[in-house]
Design a protein around this ligand. Structure first.
Ligand code: LLP
Length: 414
């Protein structure tokens, strides 16, 4: 277990706060994040790559609560946004737009206009048609749009197929073999200024090797580009740095740095990183309460008050998150399916999991959910989305209220 969540006198704490106290006051399900944990992960990442001329852009899709965005931008991070909504959140959190990069394989014209109006640092472009579209919009707005081109290097990130993005069969980026044509085309368009080259090969990557392969391809591409007179200021190698879900700790980023630094230092411009999960995953838990337990001749079930609408990673990727009792238990362990109240069998938090016997009203923590947790929640089964809480030392505060039933029908018309 990482050091932000610890048992003290058999009670699970986040920093200096007893998680049971939060559950009792705010109710469940509730997401709880540690400010210290997030900042430590950021520092770990920064320090590992400190020899570089670099910019670390927090990828807000991992956890886009405006308090979390502000926490990272206050430490000096740039911000990576993937939609107008994320950009809106970043601006609302007070991020300086010159530190925002705007990504996305399918930006609408409205999103492109919004990004340009707000003077983002750059837009990352993923197709020839998008180059044309941004150029036309920039022309109408009488400005020059700073852009980078995202290349698809066709490397296998060796991660879950749903979160692998750097293979030729994936929808992302422009095929690296078409890259030179794309840069030539972009430089011929008078309302575009080409500033960078970009890649993002996938998420939850646990070995540096796929990055090494992809960066080598990117750098030889940049080399070829310079031969035809096109130079760029920065190279964005994306995010994707994984965590260890079993041990609830970050992967040792210094192992990545050891492999990547000698390569990245060959580039004379700025290196951009876009970590999301690495910065937030281990700093979040989802508090949940046992509603019922029951058994049949095949299974023991623990039915909790969090469901697939609150946390969909197990359903979607078969993700295996640790589960802990808030009151450390010395009861015998049993193998259970931990399931939610939603009316389908894909609604599970963990299957065939060995856990000290649960009783009604026991409080549990689903670990390592600070990334791709709340942000992927929904109102399925007309369930209200959970509250979010931020712990700072011995204090905690709600950073998003639990939705009300009125919130559920907000905007609906009879
Ligand atoms: N940059 C780009 C362009 C991305 O598409 C992503 C993630 C990131 C950065 C941040 O990646 P990270 O460092 O967090 O791995 N919902 C999935 C993860 C989807 C990731 C999508 N893109 C999950 O729960 O595992």
């Amino acid at each position: 277990m990482n050091n932000t969540f610890n048992y003290q006198n058999n009670e699970l704490f986040c920093e200096g706060v007893n998680l049971s106290a939060i559950a009792n006051k705010i109710g469940t399900p509730t997401y709880v994040y540690s400010k210290m944990g997030m900042l430590e992960s950021y520092r770990e990442f920064e320090n590992a790559f400190s020899p570089l001329n670099k910019m670390v852009c927090y990828s807000v899709k991992a956890n886009s609560n405006i308090s979390v965005i502000k926490l990272f931008s206050d430490t000096g991070a740039g911000i990576d946004c993937n939609s107008r909504g994320e950009l809106f959140r970043a601006l609302k959190s007070g991020v300086n737009s010159s530190k925002i990069i705007f990504t996305g394989v399918g930006k609408t014209e409205e999103e492109i206009r919004y990004a340009l109006e707000n003077n983002v640092m750059m837009l990352k472009v993923e197709s020839f048609q998008e180059l044309e579209t941004i150029n036309r919009i920039a022309n109408e707005m009488q400005l020059v749009a700073p852009i980078a081109i995202r290349l698809n290097p066709d490397v296998d990130a060796k991660t879950h197929p749903y979160i692998s993005t750097g293979l030729a069969e994936n929808k992302f980026g422009i095929d690296i073999n078409e890259g030179q044509k794309a840069f030539q085309f972009a430089t011929s368009l008078s309302n575009l200024k080409v500033v960078g080259v970009d890649m993002h090969i996938g998420s939850q990557i646990t070995s540096p090797l796929p990055y090494v392969d992809a960066i080598k391809k990117l750098f030889s591409f940049i080399n070829e580009l310079s031969k035809i007179g096109i130079s760029i200021d920065h190279c964005d190698i994306g995010g994707g740095f994984g965590i260890d879900y079993d041990e609830e700790k970050n992967i040792d980023i210094s192992i990545f740095a050891k492999e990547l630094l000698p390569l990245l230092q060959q580039f004379s411009g700025k290196i951009i990183f876009e970590p999301g999960r690495f910065l937030t995953a281990n700093s979040g838990v989802l508090l949940t309460k046992v509603l019922y337990t029951k058994s049949n001749n095949k299974k023991d079930f623990v039915i909790v008050d969090s469901a697939m609408n609150d946390f969909i990673r197990p359903t979607l990727y078969n993700a295996q998150h640790e589960i802990k009792h808030l009151k450390q238990s010395d009861k015998n362990k049993v193998t259970v399916d931990l399931v939610g109240p939603v009316c389908e069998s894909s609604d599970f938090i963990r299957k065939n999991y060995s856990l000290p016997i649960c009783s009604q009203k026991d409080l549990l923590a689903i670990m390592s959910v600070g990334a791709y947790g709340f942000v992927m929640s929904s109102n399925y089964n007309s369930r209200r989305r959970a509250a979010e809480v931020l712990v700072d030392g011995n204090n905690f505060k709600i950073i998003r209220n639990r939705e009300s039933f009125e919130d559920l029908i907000n905007g609906e018309i009879i």
